[in-house]
Design a protein around this ligand. Structure first.
Ligand code: 0A1
Ligand code: ZN
Length: 880
C-alpha cells in the first residue's frame, strides 16, 4: 500500500508492513523553533519477511540529524532520505533498534498537523498522518506499539508536561531552568493516537470510581488560565459518559488517569489520543453568558464521542484508513445513543436526521459521493466526511434495528472480546454480528460498499372487498462516481398502520416481505406486501424513527399527511409529516413565485399553531415541529435548476403567513414561556427556550412592535441562547436595533474570541448583498485571524455553507471570494482550505447562470499551480 499522500491509495493494495514495532521510546526536547525528537524504535521482522528486506518509513517536513542502528551510527550508503521517506536499505536479520533524531519547528507549523504551538502551548495532532511530521515512522494504523514518552522543556515556558498513558517520573534538570516528565502507555497503539502537550495551563481535576471494578480514575481538564470556571459542564459530561459506557456497553476505563486539554487552534472538533484527548476549546468551555444551549449539547456530545473512542478506536483500532467508519460511524452511533439517554430521544433523533439530510444527503448526491468505506483515496484528510461519520452511524443503527437490542449487544460484546488490542476491518465487525446471531449479513454489508442514497418508491392499493392493503415498494439508487449500477440493499422499514381513531391497527396476516415485529425487511428491488384482516383502510406510517437513511417517495396526499401530523404515535413521523407538507409548499413556491395557495398555507399554519400549543408534547419537540425546512433543504429537494433567491423568497412568504395566522397564540406563548428562575442548561429548560425562541422568530416577521420585542429580548437576555437568537433576528432582518445590538455584543465579548465567533457568524450569514463587503471588512477586525480555524469557519465557512443567497450571488462574487480565500489559505493550512472548498459540492444543481460562475471559480482553483493534495483532490473530484 502506498502512503505517499499525493498518490492514489487503494484498499485492494493493502499489505502488512515488513517489520513490526514492539516499543517506541521518545525523548522530546521542546523549543519553539527547534525541537529535538529522539525516537528509539524496536523493530522485528514479521513472519515471511525475507532477511534484509528494506525498511521504508514515512516522514514529512523533517530534518534528520542523527541515525543509529543497534547503537552504531549508520553510514550514508546504508540509508536514503527521500522527499517524504527514510529507507534503511538492508536491515539486520532479527530484531533491531533504530534511533532516529529529528529536528522540527513547532512555531512554523501552520498546518496544525504534527507538533505545533497554540497560544504558546505545545500540542500534537497526529490523526491521520501527523506523526510522520514528528519522526520517521510506520505512520499507519495497523502498526501497534507501546510508547514511553519523555518530554523536556523550560520550566517557565511549560510547567505542565503531558503525554499518553500513566505518569512515571518527573523532575528538574539540575543546573538548568529545564524540567522533564516521563509517561508510559501500556496499551499498544498506532501512531495516530500519540499525543503530547506542554505549556502553562490551568488544571481542573476530579475523580471517577468505575462501576465494574471500583477503580478510582483521576480526571483532569487543562485549559488556559482564567478558563477554569468554564469546565464544569465538560467534567460532568465526562463522568456521565464514563458511567454510561459501563452501564450500556459494559466498557470500563483502563488507565489511572484521563486527561482533556482544550486548545484554541485546532483543525477539527477534538481528538481521541489514548488517555490524553485534545479538544478544540469550543467543545470544552461553557458558562451561561457565553454558551448557547446548542453549545452545551455539542460539548456533551463531543466529550462523549472522544471518551467512547477509548474502546471503539483506541482499544480496537482500524487496520487501514479505508476502515475509518469502523471507529467513526460506530462512535457517532454511541454518542447519539448517549445524548438520547441524557436528553429526549425523539428530539435527538430529529436533530440527527436533520444533520444527516442537510450534510450527508447532498454529499451522497453530488460529485464528492463515496461509499461509507471508500476503496481509494488521494488525500485521507478529505474522508472525514458526513458519509463516514453520520451515514456510518446510521448503518450501525440499522444493525440494531435488524438484530434487536439483545442481538446487537451480543454482537458488540463479541467484537470487544474478539478484537481487543487489534487493528480490525469492517468485515471483522460484521462477522461478530453474524456469529453472535447466526445471521447472514452479506447483503446488508453493501451499505458500506455502495455510495448514494437509496430511494424508496411506495404505492398503496386498498381492496375494500377483502379489507386488505397492498404496499408496493421499489428501491433504487442513483449512480455515483465510479459506481454506475447498484445491487439492492437490505432496508429495515419500521412502520405502523394507523386506524381512523389514531391508534395503530392489527392485521391477521402479512405476506410479501419478511416482517420482524414492526419492521419490514426489504431485500429485493421490488416488494408487494399485503396486509390482510384490517377493519378499515389505514393510513400508513412508514420509516418510523427514520429506520434507514433513504429517501422515501410515497404517494401520500395532503389529507394523509395532515392525519399523520395529528395522530402518528411516532414523534419522528409526526415531525416528518409536517416537514413534508411544508416542503411541498415551499418547493412549489420556489419554482413558481405567487403559486402558493392561501388555503394550503392556512392548513400548514393551523397545524403549526396546534403543535405550538400542544401540551402533550415536550417543548423541545414542539420547537422542532414549528421549524420550516431550511433554504438548503429546499434546494436539495428541488435537486436541479436551483435559484436560491426564489427559495428564500418562498420560505419568507410562508413564514410571514404562519406568523400572521398564529400571531395571537404565539404572543401568548412567548409570554408564558418566559423563564423566571435561574438559568440552567438542562434539556428541559433548553427545550422551553428553544420553543420560545422559535416563536420569537415568527413574531419578528410581523410589523409593528416586533423589532421592539426582539430588541427587548436582546437587552434582557441573561444567557447566550436568548442573546444570540435576538441578535441574529435583528441583524438578519436589518431591524432598527441591529447596530445597537452588534455594538453591545462586541463591547461585552471583545476579549473572548470563541464568543466573538458567534458575532462573526451572525454577520456572515445575513441575507443581504452588502454582506460580502462586510465580510471583507471583518477580515481586518482584531478578532479575526487566518491562522485560526475557528475564526475562518465562523466568518468564511459560515458564509459559504450557511448563506445560501449570498454565497450563490447571481454575479458570482460569492464564489470568487471563497475561491480566493481557499487559494491563499491553502499555503497555510490545506486541511481547512479543502474543507472550505467543499461548500461547492452542490454546484451542479444550480440554475445555469450561477452554475457556470461556480464552475469557473472551481476551475480557477483546480488549475492554480502549487496546490496542496488536499485542495487539489476536492477541486478535481468536484469537477468530475
Ligand atoms: N478522530 C477525531 C477527529 C479528527 C479527524 C481528523 C483529523 O485530522 C485529519 C483530526 C481529528 C474524532 O472523530 O473526534
Ligand atoms: Zn471520532
Amino acid at each position: 500500500m502506498r502512503t505517499d499522500v499525493a498518490q492514489t491509495v487503494r484498499l485492494e493494495d493493502y499489505r502488512p508492513t515488513a517489520y513490526a514495532i514492539g516499543t517506541v521510546d521518545l525523548d522530546i526536547r521542546l523549543a519553539p523553533k527547534a525541537t529535538r525528537v529522539n525516537a528509539k524504535i524496536a523493530f522485528s521482522p514479521r513472519e515471511g519477511t525475507a532477511p534484509g528486506t528494506a525498511l521504508e518509513l514515512a516522514g514529512d517536513e523533517l530534518k534528520l540529524v542523527g541515525l543509529t542502528l543497534n547503537g552504531a551510527p549508520l553510514s550514508p550508503e546504508d540509508y536514503e532520505v527521500g522527499e517524504d521517506t527514510l529507507t534503511i536499505k538492508t536491515p539486520p536479520e532479527g530484531p533491531f533498534v533504530l534511533e532516529i533524531v529529528t529536528e522540527i519547528d513547532p512555531d512554523a507549523n501552520s498546518k496544525l498537523m504534527g507538533l505545533y504551538r497554540s497560544s504558546g502551548t505545545y500540542c500534537t495532532q497526529c490523526e491521520a498522518e501527523g506523526f510522520r511530521r514528528i519522526t520517521y515512522f510506520y505512520d499507519r494504523p495497523d502498526v501497534l506499539a507501546v510508547y514511553t514518552t519523555r518530554i523536556e522543556a523550560r520550566k517557565s515556558d511549560a510547567p505542565i508536561l503531558l503525554a499518553n498513558g500513566n505518569p512515571v517520573e518527573a523532575g528538574d534538570i539540575e543546573g538548568t531552568d529545564r524540567h522533564y516528565a516521563v509517561w508510559h502507555d501500556p496499551f499498544p497503539k498506532p501512531s495516530y493516537l500519540f499525543a503530547m502537550v506542554a505549556g502553562d495551563l490551568a488544571c481542573v481535576s476530579d475523580t471517577y470510581r468505575t462501576l465494574l471494578s471500583g477503580r478510582e480514575v483521576e480526571l483532569r481538564i487543562y485549559v488556559e488560565h482564567g478558563n477554569e470556571t468554564r469546565c464544569d459542564y465538560a467534567m460532568d459530561a465526562l463522568k456521565r459518559s464514563m458511567r454510561w459506557d459501563e452501564e450500556v456497553f459494559g466498557r470500563e476505563y483502563d488507565l489511572d488517569i484521563f486527561m482533556i486539554v482544550a486548545v484554541s487552534d485546532f483543525n477539527m472538533g477534538a481528538m481521541e489520543n489514548k488517555g490524553l484527548n485534545v479538544f478544540n476549546d469550543k467543545y470544552v468551555l461553557a458558562n451561561p453568558e457565553t454558551a448557547t444551549d446548542q453549545d452545551y449539547a455539542g460539548i456533551e456530545g463531543v466529550i462523549a464521542h472522544e471518551y467512547f473512542h477509548n474502546w471503539t478506536g483506541d482499544r480496537i483500532t482500524c487496520r487501514d484508513w479505508f476502515q475509518l467508519c469502523l471507529k467513526e460511524g460506530l462512535t457517532v452511533f454511541r454518542d447519539q445513543e448517549f445524548s438520547s439517554d441524557m436528553r429526549s430521544r425523539a428530539v435527538k433523533r430529529i436533530a440527527d436526521v436533520r444533520l444527516l439530510q442537510s450534510h450527508q444527503f447532498p454529499e451522497d448526491g453530488g460529485p464528492l459521493a463515496h461509499p461509507v468505506r471508500p476503496t481509494l483515496y488521494r488525500q485521507i484528510n478529505n474522508f472525514y466526511t458526513a458519509t463516514v461519520y453520520e451515514k456510518g452511524a446510521e448503518i450501525v443503527r440499522m444493525l440494531k434495528t435488524l438484530l434487536g437490542v439483545e442481538g446487537f449487544r451480543a454482537g458488540m460484546d463479541l467484537y470487544f472480546d474478539r478484537h481487543d488490542g487489534e487493528a480490525a476491518t469492517i468485515e471483522d465487525f460484521i462477522k461478530c454480528f453474524e456469529d453472535a446471531n447466526e445471521a447472514d449479513l452479506s447483503q446488508f454489508a453493501r451499505w458500506y460498499a455502495q455510495a448514494g442514497t437509496p430511494a424508496l418508491k411506495v404505492a398503496e392499493h386498498w381492496d375494500e372487498a377483502s379489507k386488505s392493503l397492498r404496499i408496493d415498494i421499489e428501491q433504487s439508487c442513483q449512480p455515483t462516481p465510479g459506481q454506475t449500477t447498484k445491487l439492492p440493499f437490505t432496508i429495515p422499514v419500521r412502520f405502523g398502520l394507523i386506524g381512523p381513531n389514531g391508534a395503530d391497527m392489527e392485521w391477521t396476516s402479512a405476506s410479501g416481505a419478511e416482517l420482524r415485529d414492526d419492521v419490514i425487511i426489504l431485500t429485493d428491488p421490488r416488494h408487494s406486501i399485503t396486509f390482510e384482516g384490517l377493519s378499515s383502510r389505514p393510513v400508513t406510517s412508514l420509516l418510523r424513527g427514520f429506520s434507514a437513511p433513504v429517501r422515501l417517495a410515497d404517494d401520500k396526499d395532503r389529507d394523509a399527511l395532515v392525519f399523520l401530523a395529528r395522530h402518528d404515535s411516532d414523534p419522528f413521523n409526526r415531525w416528518h409529516a409536517v416537514q413534508s407538507l411544508a416542503m411541498q409548499l415551499l418547493k412549489r413556491g420556489a419554482r413558481t413565485p405567487g403559486a402558493l395557495a392561501t388555503d394550503e398555507i392556512q392548513e400548514l399554519a393551523s397545524l403549526i399553531g396546534e403543535a405550538a400549543g400542544d401540551g402533550n408534547f415536550e417543548p423541545a419537540l414542539r420547537a422542532q415541529l414549528l421549524q420550516l425546512p431550511a433554504e438548503s433543504d429546499i434546494a436539495r429537494e428541488l435537486g436541479t435548476d436551483v435559484d436560491p433567491d426564489a427559495i428564500a423568497a418562498a420560505r419568507k412568504a410562508v413564514q410571514v403567513a404562519i406568523a400572521g395566522h398564529c400571531a395571537e397564540s404565539f404572543a401568548i406563548l412567548y409570554e408564558a414561556l418566559a423563564d423566571t428562575g435561574p438559568y440552567s442548561p438542562d434539556a428541559e429548560a433548553a427545550g422551553r427556550r428553544a420553543l420560545r425562541l422559535t416563536v420569537l422568530e415568527y413574531l419578528a416577521w410581523i410589523d409593528g412592535e416586533a423589532s421592539v420585542r426582539t430588541l427587548g429580548h436582546y437587552r434582557t437576555a441573561n444567557n447566550m441562547s436568548d442573546r444570540l437568537t435576538a441578535l441574529r433576528l435583528l441583524v438578519h432582518r436589518a431591524d432598527a436595533g441591529a447596530q445597537e445590538a452588534l455594538d453591545d455584543f462586541e463591547a461585552r465579548f471583545a476579549k473572548d474570541a470563541l464568543v466573538m465567533d458567534k458575532w462573526l457568524t451572525v454577520q456572515a450569514t445575513a441575507p443581504f448583498p452588502e454582506t460580502l463587503a462586510r465580510i471583507r471588512t471583518l477580515t481586518a477586525h482584531p478578532t479575526f485571524s487566518y491562522a485560526n480555524p475557528n475564526r475562518i469557519r465562523a466568518l468564511i465557512g459560515a458564509f459559504a455553507a450557511g448563506n445560501q443567497t449570498q454565497f450563490n450571488r447571481p454575479d458570482g462574487a460569492g464564489f470568487d471570494f471563497v475561491a480566493d480565500t481557499v487559494l491563499s489559505l491553502d499555503k497555510r493550512n490545506p486541511q481547512v482550505a479543502a474543507r472550505l472548498l467543499s461548500a461547492f459540492r452542490s454546484w451542479r444543481a444550480l440554475e445555469p447562470g450561477r452554475r457556470a460562475l461556480a464552475e469557473a471559480a472551481l476551475r480557477r482553483v483546480a488549475e492554480a499551480g502549487g496546490l496542496s493534495s488536499d485542495v487539489q483532490d476536492i477541486a478535481t473530484r468536484s469537477l468530475q
